[in-house]
Design a protein around this ligand. Structure first.
Ligand code: AMP
Ligand code: ZN
Ligand code: ZN
Length: 419
C-alpha cells in the first residue's frame, strides 16, 4: 500500500514536472515569438549626406531620381544648416541635434584652450580623439538601446563617443569610389538580422569639390549633380530589390550649400593686423576664430571692425540667432565676411569659384532634404527646417528614446505618415 502510494506520488510529481516544462516551453516560445515580431517592427533609417548639395540644385539641373523621391515621399523646401556653414560642425549637428557651440565641433579646425590641443579634419589623431566630441550622436543613442548602427565616413564615427561607436564604421578615404560605398551599404543590409544595421549614416564628398572649384553655375557642377542623381537612382533601385525594402526609410540630405565667390572680392586679415599680435587663427574661408595677445585685443577689434564686408564679433557677442560664439573653442573673436566675399589669413593664389561657411540666413548656404519610406507621407512638401531637428526625426522613426537636443520634433512631425 505504501509502495503504491509512493509510486502514485512519483507519477504525480513527474506529471507536475512535465506540465511545468510545457508551460515554460510555451512561455519561452511566446517570448521568442514576441521578440521576433518586435524585431520585424524595428524600422530602418538610411541617411546619405552629399556634401554641399545646395537646396536649389534640383531646380537648376536635371535630377529625375530626386524628383521621383519627392513625388513618392517628402521634400523640404530647404534644410537650414548651423553657423558656421561648414562640413564638420554641420555633420555633427545633424547627428547630435545640437548647435556647434553645444557639441564642440565649432569649425573644421579649431583650438581647445582647456585641452591645449588642436583639432582639424585632416589630423587623424585629433579626429579619433573622443575628448573633442560632445553631445550624443544618434548612433550612440541607437547602440545604447540595442539597435545596431553603421557609418560610412560620417563625422564623429571614427572614435568612441560615450565609449560607443557604430558596430560598422570606416576610416575616411576621400577617393573611395561612390559606387563601392553604395555596394557596402547594400551588403550591410543583406547581413543576417542579428548583425544587420538598422541605422546607416553615409557620406559622399561631392558636389563640394566641384562647387569650390567651378562655382554653382558651371557645366562641371551640372554634370556632377546629374551623376549624383543617377547614383541616388542606382541606390534606390538596389534598396527596392531587398527583401526588407518595405521597412526601409531613406533620407537624402546635405550639410550646407555653396555660394559663388570672385577673385575681385577678397579680404586678407594680415593686410590689417600683425602676425605677432596673434596667438591662434583657426578656420578657413570665409570664417575664422582668433585669439589675440591681451595688449593687442582692443586694437585688433578697432581695426578689423572698420574693414568693409567683414564682421568681427567679440566672444559671447554674436547675434542670438547664430547660436555661436559662447564655446571656449570659438576663442576671443569670430570673423566672417559678407556673402560672396572671401576671407583669408594670408595673401595667396585665390582660384576657387565657390565657398560656404557664411551666415546661415544666406539661402545659398541651405541644403537639401528628401525622405521616402513607410514613415514618410507621399508627395509632401515640407517647409524649411533646421538640421538640428534631424536627430529628433531619426530617433522618432526608429522608436528610440531621444537624448536632450536643441532641436524640436514638432518641426518635422507633419512629414510622418502615421505619427
Ligand atoms: P569643407 O568644404 O572645407 O567644409 O570640407 C569638406 C571636406 O571635408 C571634404 O572634401 C572631405 O575631404 C572632408 N571630410 C568630410 N567628412 C570627413 C570625414 N568623416 N573625415 C575626414 N574628412 C572628411
Ligand atoms: Zn560640407
Ligand atoms: Zn566645402
Amino acid at each position: 500500500m505504501r509502495l503504491l502510494s509512493l509510486k502514485y506520488m512519483a507519477m504525480k510529481k513527474t506529471g507536475i514536472l512535465i506540465s511545468l516544462i510545457l508551460v515554460i516551453l510555451v512561455l519561452v516560445f511566446g517570448v521568442y515569438n514576441f521578440y521576433k515580431e518586435k524585431e520585424k517592427e524595428k524600422p530602418y533609417v538610411i541617411v546619405l549626406s552629399m556634401d554641399a548639395f545646395r537646396w536649389d540644385y534640383p531646380d537648376m539641373y536635371d535630377t529625375p531620381n530626386l524628383d521621383s523621391i519627392a513625388k513618392y515621399g517628402v521634400k523640404a523646401k530647404s534644410l537650414k544648416p548651423c553657423f558656421p556653414t561648414k562640413t564638420f560642425p554641420n555633420h555633427y549637428s545633424m547627428a547630435t541635434g545640437l548647435y556647434p557651440d553645444n557639441h564642440g565641433i565649432v569649425q573644421n579646425s579649431f583650438y581647445d584652450p582647456d585641452l591645449d590641443k588642436h583639432y582639424s579634419i585632416g589630423n587623424r589623431d585629433a579626429v579619433a580623439n573622443p575628448e573633442f566630441y560632445g553631445g550624443e550622436p544618434i548612433w550612440v543613442t541607437a547602440e545604447k538601446q540595442g539597435l545596431t548602427s553603421a557609418s560610412y565616413f560620417w563625422v564623429g564615427t571614427e572614435t568612441k563617443i560615450q565609449d560607443i561607436q557604430p558596430k560598422y564604421w570606416k576610416k575616411y578615404d576621400h577617393n573611395f569610389p561612390f559606387e563601392q560605398r553604395i555596394d557596402s551599404v547594400i551588403a550591410w543590409l543583406q547581413l543576417p538580422e542579428e548583425e544587420r544595421p538598422h541605422l546607416i549614416m553615409w557620406y559622399m564628398n561631392e558636389p563640394d569639390d566641384v562647387g569650390h572649384a567651378y562655382g554653382s553655375n558651371a557645366s562641371e557642377t551640372e554634370r556632377k549633380i546629374n551623376y549624383l542623381d543617377s547614383l541616388v537612382g542606382v541606390f534606390a533601385q538596389k534598396i527596392s530589390s531587398l527583401p526588407i525594402a518595405n521597412e526601409i526609410n531613406l533620407i537624402f540630405t546635405s550639410d550646407h550649400g555653396m555660394g559663388n565667390i570672385s577673385d575681385e572680392r577678397n579680404i586678407v586679415i594680415k593686410d590689417y593686423i600683425q602676425e605677432e599680435w596673434v596667438n591662434e587663427v583657426q578656420g578657413s574661408n570665409p570664417t575664422y576664430n582668433m585669439d589675440i595677445k591681451t595688449e593687442f585685443k582692443d586694437t585688433t577689434y578697432t581695426i578689423l571692425s572698420k574693414v568693409p564686408h567683414l564682421k568681427i564679433w567679440k566672444h559671447g557677442e554674436l547675434p542670438e540667432r547664430l547660436h555661436y560664439g559662447n564655446n571656449l573653442r570659438t576663442l576671443d573673436f569670430v570673423l566672417a565676411s559678407d556673402s560672396a566675399w572671401s576671407l583669408h589669413w594670408k595673401r595667396r593664389n585665390f582660384n576657387y569659384k565657390g565657398a560656404h561657411g557664411y551666415d546661415n540666413d544666406n539661402k545659398d548656404m541651405h541644403a537639401i532634404f528628401y525622405g521616402i519610406g513607410p514613415a514618410f507621407k507621399n508627395n509632401h512638401i515640407h517647409p524649411t527646417f533646421n538640421n538640428i531637428d534631424l536627430y529628433s526625426l531619426i530617433a522618432n522613426i526608429l522608436n528610440l528614446q531621444p537624448a536632450e537636443t536643441d532641436g524640436d520634433l514638432n518641426n518635422v512631425s507633419d512629414m510622418f505618415r502615421n505619427k
